[in-house]
Design a protein around this ligand. Structure first.
Ligand SMILES: Cc1cc2nc3c(=O)[nH]c(=O)nc-3n(C[C@H](O)[C@H](O)[C@H](O)COP(=O)(O)O)c2cc1C
Length: 221
């Protein structure tokens, strides 16, 4: 059971979001998972320039740190996505990673995986703007969402400790979900609809998105 944690705060070891990502990983490790932590802001990941080559060829042509991270992401059973709230959304580094995964969303490559999303924010309850966004994105990629946690740093160290404890428990639950291959029925319905949507989209563009079209044709056999 492999769990990959990705923290997208540029504040390095001072990051409160990083603390929450680590707490989820600790929880997962305590239940027997192999865990890895990636500090996204230390990587060199360029913007998606919407060239469409990934749809056509199945991979991005850019030679940067995305390729190695993407490999790890696809090899993981569980993902922990962490971001601070920057202007009511994820940090630019997290958004850049998500944008580079257009092929993965079209082909629903996170199917069968489980995600825990964590966030911190300056304003009270604003962490939810980010966890809600990440929950929706991970579902859209085809992953189940085990749960999410976060806090506002304005509430002080006790609130942070409470969030850390919740994050640890979510890590334990994540391990349990991976082990049991748990099905979340409502989320499964969303996956079905999303899959149908992307399949149709790819079909409509089949002359251009050759690789994606091959992927879906193989999947239906
Ligand atoms: C560029 C920037 C934008 C921010 N925007 C918001 C915001 O819209 N809402 C909010 O509640 N906090 C906002 N904050 C505060 C951060 O979300 C908060 O300090 C967070 O806990 C930082 O996480 P970190 O310790 O992991 O870096 C912003 C901070 C920065 C640097």
């Amino acid at each position: 059971m492999k769990i990959l944690g990705i923290s997208a705060s540029p504040r390095g070891s001072k990051s409160q979001t990083l603390r929450l990502v680590k707490a989820v990983l600790d929880g997962a490790r305590s239940k027997g998972c192999e865990v890895e932590l990636v500090d996204l802001c230390k990587l060199n990941i360029e913007y998606c320039n919407a060239c469409g080559i990934c749809h056509k060829k199945g991979k991005c042509y850019k030679k940067d740190d995305f390729q190695a991270l993407y490999k790890k992401l696809l090899a993981a059973d569980g993902l922990v996505m962490g971001s601070p709230n920057y202007f009511r959304s994820v940090s630019a580094q997290m958004k850049t990673l998500i944008d580079r995964m257009a092929y993965a969303v079209h082909c629903q490559l996170l199917r069968g995986k489980y995600a825990v999303n964590v966030a911190t924010a300056g304003g009270v309850k604003n962490e939810r703007q980010v966890t809600k966004y990440l929950d929706e994105i991970m579902l859209t990629f085809g992953s189940f969402v085990t749960g999410s946690a976060g806090t506002s740093v304005r509430l002080g160290f006790r609130a942070m400790e409470t969030a850390e404890r919740k994050a640890f428990r979510l890590g334990e639950k994540l391990a349990g979900d991976v082990r049991a291959r748990r099905i979340y029925i409502k989320q499964g319905r969303i996956h079905e609809e999303t899959g149908k949507y992307f399949r149709q989209l790819v079909d409509m563009n089949k002359d251009e998105w050759i690789h994606e079209h091959k992927f879906w044709s193989r999947a239906s056999k």
